[in-house]
Design a binder for this molecule. Structure first.
Ligand SMILES: Cc1cc2nc3c(=O)[nH]c(=O)nc-3n(C[C@H](O)[C@H](O)[C@H](O)COP(=O)(O)O)c2cc1C
Length: 507
C-alpha cells in the first residue's frame, strides 16, 4: 500500500495506536531530542511522536515535527506498507529466483511481480503539492522561466520564508548548530545521467547555505567528484517527507547505479510521481513535504560539526562541501520529518535492521551457506555483524567473512562473528556464548585491513583501519583442532513435552 503523503502515513500510524501527539510547545533546541531519546529507548522503540508546536528561537513554528516514525519493527514495516519486513525479502527472493514458471501458480506469482516492477518506474507530472508554496531565493537562476518567477513573487505565503522557518533541531548540547537529519539528497552522475538519492545530514550555516555531509565512500561524493573534475557547478535537490519508502531507500546500502526512486516505487508498489524543480535541472518526488533546491560549487568546502553522531560520540569538525539554496518549495500542510542519532538503540537501528532483512536473499545468493545475519543495535550498524552458516568444509567461516568485507558498505564491518546454523543470531546472549565457548583466539580469528566508516573515531587514521573476524563455529577436520569436538547440551523432545504438560497443570 502506497501512502499519498507523509501526513497520510502519520494518520495510519495514529489509527494503529502507534503515534503520540505532543500538544504543548517544545523547543527544537535539545528538548525534542531529550523527549524523543526517552521514547526511542523505551521497550520496542516506543511510539512515533508528532510535536504540534515546535519552538524555534522562541517562536512556535507553523510546521509540526514528526520523529521516531520508523523506530520499531512494526512502524518500519508499516512505513513500507507491509505486515512484516520479511514479506519484502520474500518478494525479492522471488524476483532473484525468477525462471520460466513450472505451474500456473508460479506463473501468476511472477506476473504479479512483473506488474509491481512496471509500477516502480517513476512518472513525471507538471503540478505537484511539493510546490504549493514557492520561494525563489536566486531569481537569476538559469532554469527560471517567466511563469515561475511570477509565481514566486505572487504567492502570499512565499514572502520572507527562509530555511530558518523550518523547525530544524539542534540535537545535542555541543553540536555545531542545527542539522537536517533525514534529508533525501538527489544528485545525478554528469557522465551517465544516473540518479542517486542518499541520506546525508546537513548543518545549517545561514538562511541560504548548509553543509553537505556526504562521506567519501558515498555515491553523492562520487557524483560530486565528477562535477569537480569537470569544474562544473553541481545541481542538488533535497526533499524532506513524502512517502516514507523513499526515506528508507535513501538510507539503504543499494549498489551504486541502482535508482532509489525506482526501488522506493517497487517497495510501495506504485510509481513515485516526479516533478521538475524550479531552479535546478533535477526532478523530485511530487508528494514531498519540502524541497530545497540548489547547487554545490566545485572546490568549495567549509568546517562542519561537531555533531552528536550514531557512534554515540561527537564527530569532530571537518571540511565538507557547501550547499547553496536557490529555492525552497513546500506543501501547504507540510510536516517536518526528522530523527536523532546517538547512543543506541535509536530509530536508525530499525532502518538498518530492515535493510539487512530485505537484502538477506541477495547475500544468500552470494553465500549459499548463509542462514541468517544481523547487525545488533550495540554495534551501531557496521561495528558488529553476526552471521550464521550451514558449514560444510574447513575455513568456510573465513570465506564468508572475507566475502562480506568485499560487499559494498559491508566493507566497514569492524567485527564479524560467524556461528553455526543452530545459533539464533538475533539472540546476542546466545551468540556471545558461542563466541566465548567455541573460539581459540589465535586459531579462530582473522585481522584484515579495509576501508573504515568515516565516523569511526577508533582507527588511528580516518577512513582506514583493521577489521576482525571470529570463527565461532564448531571445528571440522582440517581446522587444526586435534581433539573430539564436544556435543552441545540438548534436552529430549519427550522430556520437554512432559514438563510443558506438568507446568500447565500447576498454573
Ligand atoms: C539517520 C541517518 C543519517 C545518516 N547520515 C549520513 C551522513 O550524514 N553522511 C553519510 O555519508 N551517510 C549518512 N547516512 C548513511 C547513508 O544514508 C547510507 O550509507 C546510504 O546508503 C548512502 O547512500 P548512497 O550509497 O547512495 O550514497 C545516514 C543514515 C541514516 C539512517
Amino acid at each position: 500500500m502506497a501512502y499519498a503523503s507523509f501526513r497520510d502515513f502519520l494518520t495510519t500510524l495514529e489509527k494503529a495506536g502507534e503515534l503520540t501527539r505532543v500538544g504543548v510547545p517544545v523547543d527544537t533546541e535539545l528538548l525534542i531530542t531529550e523527549w524523543a531519546d526517552r521514547e526511542m529507548k523505551s521497550p520496542g522503540g516506543g511510539k512515533a511522536l508528532l510535536f504540534e508546536q515546535p519552538v524555534v528561537d522562541g517562536k512556535v513554528s507553523k510546521f509540526p515535527v514528526a520523529i521516531n516514525t520508523m523506530g520499531s519493527r512494526k512502524r518500519m514495516a508499516m512505513a513500507l506498507g507491509r505486515e512484516s519486513i520479511d514479506d519484502i525479502a520474500q518478494e525479492i527472493q522471488l524476483i532473484l529466483k525468477a525462471k520460466p514458471p513450472t505451474s500456473l501458480r508460479d506463473g501468476f506469482a511472477l506476473l504479479k511481480q512483473g506488474i509491481h516492477l512496471l509500477h516502480a518506474r517513476p512518472k513525471t507530472v507538471r503540478e505537484a503539492p511539493c510546490q504549493d508554496v514557492v520561494r525563489i531565493l536566486d531569481p537569476g537562476s538559469a532554469m527560471l522561466d517567466e511563469k515561475n518567477r511570477a509565481s514566486s513573487i505572487q504567492h502570499p505565503e512565499s514572502a520572507g520564508f527562509t530555511l530558518r522557518d523550518l523547525p530544524i533541531l539542534k540535537c545535542w548540547p555541543k553540536d555545531g548548530g542545527r542539522f537536517i537529519t533525514l534529508p533525501h539528497v538527489h544528485t545525478r552522475d554528469p557522465e551517465t545521467g544516473a540518479r542517486n538519492v542518499g541520506c546525508y545530514r546537513m548543518q545549517i550555516f545561514d538562511e541560504r547555505t548548509t553543509a553537505m555531509h556526504w562521506q567519501v565512500h558515498k555515491v553523492g561524493a562520487r557524483h560530486g567528484k565528477r562535477y569537480y573534475e569537470r569544474n562544473e557547478r553541481m545541481p542538488v535537490a533535497v526533499t524532506l517527507g513524502g512517502d516514507p519508502a523513499l526515506s528508507f531507500a535513501a538510507t539503504a546500502p543499494l549498489p551504486d547505479g541502482i535508482d532509489e526512486i525506482l526501488f522506493a516505487g517497487f517497495l510501495r508498489k506504485k510509481s513515485i510521481e516526479m516533478v521538475k524543480c524550479k531552479t535546478v535541472d533535477l526532478e523530485v518526488p511530487a508528494e514531498a513535504d519540502f524541497v530545497l533546491e540548489g547547487y554545490v560549487q566545485p572546490g568549495e568546502s567549509r568546517a562542519e560539526g561537531p555533531f552528536g553522531d550514531h557512534t554515540g560520540y561527537y564527530t569532530a569538525i571537518e571540511d565538507y562541501p557547501v550547499f547553496h539554496l536557490t529555492a525552497i518549495t513546500h506543501r501547504k500542510d507540510a510536516i517536518y520529518p526528522t530523527t536523532i542519532v546517538g547512543i543506541p538503540p535509536m530509530e536508525d537501528f530499525y532502518m538498518g535492521d530492515a535493510s539487512v532483512r530485505i537484502f538477506l536473499p541477495v547475500f544468500k545468493m552470494n553465500f549459499p551457506e548463509l542462514v541468517d545475519m544481523t547487525l545488533p543495535a550495540e554495534g551501531v550498524f557496521h561495528n558488529l555483524v553476526f552471521v550464521s552458516i550451514r558449514k560444510q568444509y574447513p575455513y568456510q567461516a573465513f570465506k564468508v567473512m572475507h566475502g562480506l568485507w568485499g560487499m559494498g558498505q559491508m566493507m566497514f564491518s569492524k567485527y564479524i562473528v560467524v556461528v553455526d546454523e543452530d545459533c539464533d543470531v538475533h539472540n546476542t546472549s546466545e551468540v556471545l556464548f558461542r563466541l566465548c565457548a567455541n573460539t581459540d583466539p589465535e586459531r579462530d580469528t582473522s585481522v584484515i585491513k579495509n576501508p573504515s566508516d568515516s565516523l569511526d573515531h577508533a582507527p588511528s587514521e580516518q577512513n582506514i583501519g583493521s577489521h576482525m573476524g571470529f570463527d565461532a563455529t564448531r571445528k571440522l577436520p582440517g581446522e587444526n583442532y586435534r581433539r573430539q569436538w564436544p556435543e552441545l547440551l540438548k534436552m529430549t523432545d519427550e522430556a520437554k513435552k512432559l514438563v510443558d504438560e506438568l507446568q500447565k497443570k500447576t498454573r
